[in-house]
Design a binder for this molecule. Structure first.
Ligand SMILES: Nc1ncnc2c1ncn2[C@@H]1O[C@H](COP(=O)(O)OP(=O)(O)OP(=O)(O)O)[C@@H](O)[C@H]1O
Length: 319
């Protein structure tokens, strides 16, 4: 796993959540298969995986909503070890649902009460967060009058109303417009700076890349990648080179270090082997190529994800 550096850059040893050899079967299908990982104090950990990979099943198991067939899940918070400390945890479930015929304030105060969080503090925190999330002054609005994105923000407030030490967010960005996503991302960073440890699942790779210090990637129920974001990028090939121009894939494939090509019209993206540094690669690009544009980039989390989900295809068409 390498050094345990959290999202704040601190080296930490306190493991807040430990998932050990967890498996879950529905009918004949093993949807979580012997999965182990840890979330360290101060982490913003991203759980990624294709549709149906097992992310929500894992999260529901952590939340004690379903029982794994085997394995152990344990928390360690404020020096106490245990199964689940409800009052210290915040949870945004994948399935959205708030009572419709109640006001925002009533539902949030109800959630706060379930978590033993004082009513006066909850009221103040609700107003602050409504303001931050662009819903200022809407305490008395009924849930049924809200748009999907607005309801999503209210449910987020429900997850953080008790100042949780550990926050689990299942697809927090889904249904939000780009502005809403940016606002939420800033709030997640602020909560982390203020001391929360966060586990989130998302399909928005750019947001995960900007937020998370540690990644857990699951595919078909099995852990496939786990570690620090930088560590993972180095583990997979480091660079990609995009060349725009009329070139045959056959010629591009012959350049030393090219592992994989994604073709999109005149634009070819060449994924470079991690053994090849960028200077050596550029020196090896033949003069005979037709080059209208050329750029070198670090590979993104999106690239890593697609590569794993497709099983590392050699040569792909992008359209
Ligand atoms: N209660 C259930 N009963 C039967 N099968 C289930 C149940 N819950 C989940 N599954 C199955 O388990 C698999 C994993 O589902 P899960 O919701 O954990 O995936 P996910 O990674 O969260 O996917 P997505 O990104 O689409 O939300 C799927 O094949 C799903 O059909």
């Amino acid at each position: 796993m390498g050094t345990n550096t959290n999202s704040r850059g601190d080296v930490v040893v306190n493991e807040v959540l430990r998932v050990e050899n967890v498996s879950k079967t529905f009918g004949e299908a093993k949807v979580v298969d012997d999965v182990s990982f840890s979330v360290m104090e101060g982490d913003i950990m991203g759980t990624l995986g294709p549709n149906g990979a097992g992310k929500s099943t894992l999260i529901r198991s952590i939340m004690g909503m379903i029982y794994p067939d085997s394995g152990e899940i344990s928390f360690n918070m404020d020096g106490e070890r245990g199964r689940l400390f409800r009052s210290k945890i915040g949870y945004l479930p994948e399935e959205r649902g708030l009572y419709k015929d109640v006001t925002i304030q009533d539902i949030i105060l109800y959630i706060a009460e379930l978590k033993d969080y004082p009513k006066d503090k909850a009221k103040k925190r609700l107003s602050e967060y409504l303001e931050k999330l662009d819903l200022g002054g809407l305490e008395r609005k009924k849930v049924e009058e809200l748009s999907k994105g607005m309801a999503q923000k209210v449910q987020f407030i429900g997850a953080i109303i008790n100042e949780p030490k550990f926050l689990i967010l299942d697809e927090p960005f889904s249904g939000l417009d780009p502005l809403g996503q940016d606002i939420l991302m800033e709030e997640i960073k602020t909560l982390s700076r203020e001391g929360a440890t966060i586990l989130l699942s998302s399909h928005q790779m750019n947001l995960v890349e900007a937020l998370c210090n540690r990644i857990f990637l699951i595919n078909k129920g099995k852990k496939v990648v786990y570690g620090g974001l930088e560590e993972i990028k180095e583990q997979f090939s480091n660079f990609k080179c995009t060349i725009v121009g009329k070139n045959s894939v056959h010629d591009l494939e012959k350049i030393p270090g090219v592992e994989r090509i994604v073709e999109s019209g005149d634009r070819n993206t060449l994924y470079i082997s991690k053994d090849m540094d960028s200077n050596s690669f550029l020196r090896a690009v033949p003069e005979s190529l037709n080059i209208k544009e050329l750029h070198m980039d670090r590979i993104s989390l999106h690239d890593i994800f697609v590569n794993i989900a497709k099983g590392g295809a050699e040569h792909e068409k992008d359209n």
